[in-house]
Design a protein around this ligand. Structure first.
Ligand code: HGY
Ligand code: MN
Ligand code: MN
Ligand code: MN
Length: 419
C-alpha cells in the first residue's frame, strides 16, 4: 500500500539513508547461516566480530570510543559544551538464535548514522551525543536480559552480571576474556539528559494499519522463570502407567495449562515456553528430568504476580498428580515502564511537521530503554515490521520506513542536543 513518508526537505535529507541500509546489510552478514538467519549470542565469537565492525565504524567517524567492563560500547560526538550531560541513542547488536538483521541493529546504526551526518554537516551540537550498543540485551545465553543497560544504569551490580553462567557453565567473565575486542578502555559517558531508542516494532500494529512510525508510550512487564522437574527413570516397556513418575509428562502438562490460562483468562496477556527439554532422555525410558523456561508478559504488574502465583499452584498440583518434585527459579524480571510524556509529545509534533503518519503504542518486547527510563527522560520510536514478524530470519522493514524513522530519530536528537 501507499505510506506517508517524510516530505519536509530538511528532515528528508538529514541522514544518508543509503549508507544506513548498507551498514545494516554489512552487520547482518555476521553470524549468518546458509538458511538466511543469523546467530550472534552475547559474548560469542560472532558477537565479537560484530563489535569489531561497529568499533571500526565509530573510529572511522572520529567518535571517541569506550568499552565498559560489561562490554557496552559507546561512541561520543563532542559538543560545544562537553561538561553538559549527553544525549544518548542506541540499542543492541547481540541476537537470539536464527535472528533477523534489524532487531537492535537498527537503533545502533541509525544512531551512528545520526552522529555521522551531523558531523559531516559540520554541526557541533551543544551537548555531546553518544551512540550506545548495550551488551547482552537478548539474554538468550546469559540471564538476565538487558544486562548491559541494567549494569550501566545501576539496576544490576557488575559483579553479579559477570558471574552469570550459560548452559555450559561458562561465566560472562570467561566469555568476555575470550573476546579481545571487548577489553574495557576509555571513559564511559555520564548518565544522559535524555535517551532515545529506535527499534522495529516486532509486532503487527504499524504494519497492519499502514502507519510509518510508532511513538512508544511504554513497555509491558516481563518475568522469566526456569522450571526443573525431577521424576524417576524407568523402562518404557515394563513400567505400568500408574506406577510412573514421569518428568516429561508433568512438564508438558504444566506448559499446556499455562497456555490455556493465558488464552482463556488472558492472565497474563502472553505466556511462552520457549525452551523445553528432557535431559538425557531416550525413546524407551520414562523421563527422569525435564526443564523448561517461561516468559510471561503483561502491562499490569499485578496480573504478572497473579500469573506467577497460578503457575506455582499448578506446580504443587503437578507434583501430587505425577509424583515428581519441581523447582521454580526466577531468571529475570522487568516492571512495566512508561516513557516520558514530554518526549512523546515532542516526537509527535516533529513527525507532524515532517508529514509522517504515526500512532502511539505500547511495546510488547523488552528494550534497553526500559532501564534508561528509570534514570532520565526516555523515548522509543518504532518502525513497522512486515507481518509483525521478528526473532526470525523473515524479519523485514521496508527501506523507506527505515529511512523515515532514522530521519525522525536524527531530527529529535539534533533538537534535544541543543536544549
Ligand atoms: O525478549 C525481548 O523482548 C527482547 O527482544 N529482548
Ligand atoms: Mn530481540
Ligand atoms: Mn531488540
Ligand atoms: Mn535394556
Amino acid at each position: 500500500g501507499t505510506k506517508s513518508s517524510a516530505t519536509s526537505s530538511e528532515e528528508a535529507t538529514l541522514i544518508d539513508g543509503r549508507r544506513l541500509l548498507r551498514n545494516l546489510e554489512a552487520l547482518g552478514q555476521i553470524g549468518n547461516s546458509a538458511a538466511g538467519g543469523r546467530t550472534r549470542l552475547a559474548y560469542s565469537p560472532q558477537d565479537g566480530q560484530a563489535r569489531e565492525l561497529l568499533l571500526a565504524w565509530m573510529r572511522e567517524a572520529g567518535l571517541s570510543v569506550c568499552v565498559d567492563p560489561i562490554g557496552n560500547i559507546f561512541g561520543t560526538l563532542r559538543g560545544c559544551d562537553d561538561a553538559a550531560a549527553p544525549i544518548m541513542v542506541g540499542s543492541h547488536i547481540d541476537t537470539v538464535v536464527n535472528a533477523g538483521h534489524l532487531d537492535g541493529c537498527l537503533g545502533v546504526l541509525a544512531g551512528l548514522e545520526t552522529l555521522l551526518s551531523l558531523a559531516e554537516a559540520g554541526i557541533v551540537p551543544r551537548r555531546p551525543i553518544v551512540v550506545a550498543a548495550f551488551a547482552n540485551e537478548e539474554g538468550a545465553r546469559f540471564s538476565p536480559d538487558l544486562m548491559g543497560s541494567r549494569v550501566f544504569t545501576g539496576e544490576l551490580a557488575l559483579a553479579q552480571a559477570l558471574a552469570a553462567t550459560d548452559a555450559d557453565g561458562q561465566s560472562v567473565t570467561e566469555a568476555l576474556g575470550r573476546m579481545p575486542e571487548s577489553r574495557p578502555f576509555g571513559t564511559p559517558p555520564s548518565l544522559p539528559s535524555a535517551y532515545v531508542e529506535l527499534h522495529i516494532e516486532q509486532g503487527p500494529v504499524l504494519w497492519s494499519e499502514n502507519v510509518a512510525i510508532g511513538i512508544v508510550e511504554g513497555v509491558q512487564g516481563c518475568r522469566w522463570l526456569e522450571v526443573q522437574v525431577h521424576g524417576a527413570a524407568n523402562h518404557a516397556g515394563t513400567t505400568p502407567m500408574a506406577m510412573r513418575r514421569d518428568a516429561g509428562v508433568a512438564a508438558a502438562s504444566l506448559v499446556a495449562d499455562l497456555a490455556r490460562r493465558s488464552r482463556d483468562q488472558k492472565i497474563p496477556l502472553v505466556a511462552t515456553a520457549g525452551t523445553m527439554s528432557i535431559v538425557s532422555g531416550s525413546i524407551n525410558s520414562v523421563p527422569e528430568h525435564a526443564v523448561f523456561t517461561v516468559d510471561l508478559r503483561d502491562p499490569d504488574e499485578r496480573l504478572l504476580d497473579n500469573a506467577e502465583n497460578q503457575l506455582r499452584f499448578a506446580i504443587a498440583r503437578a507434583e501430587a498428580d505425577h509424583g515428581v518434585t519441581i523447582e521454580i527459579r526466577r531468571m529475570s524480571q522487568s516492571s512495566p515502564v512508561r516513557f516520558d510524556d514530554a518526549l512523546v509529545a515532542r516526537a509527535g509534533a516533529l513527525a507532524e511537521r515532517g508529514g509522517i503518519a504515526y500512532r502511539r503504542l505500547v511495546s510488547g518486547a523488552s528494550h534497553d530503554a526500559q532501564m534508561l527510563a528509570a534514570r532520565c527522560p526516555t523515548l522509543m520510536l518504532f518502525a513497522p515490521s512486515r507481518d509483525g514478524i521478528s526473532h526470525s530470519p523473515a524479519e523485514h522493514t521496508d527501506d523507506d520506513d527505515i529511512i523515515a524513522a532514522a530521519n525522525l530519530l536524527a531530527g529529535l536528537v539534533r533538537d534535544l542536543a541543543e536544549a
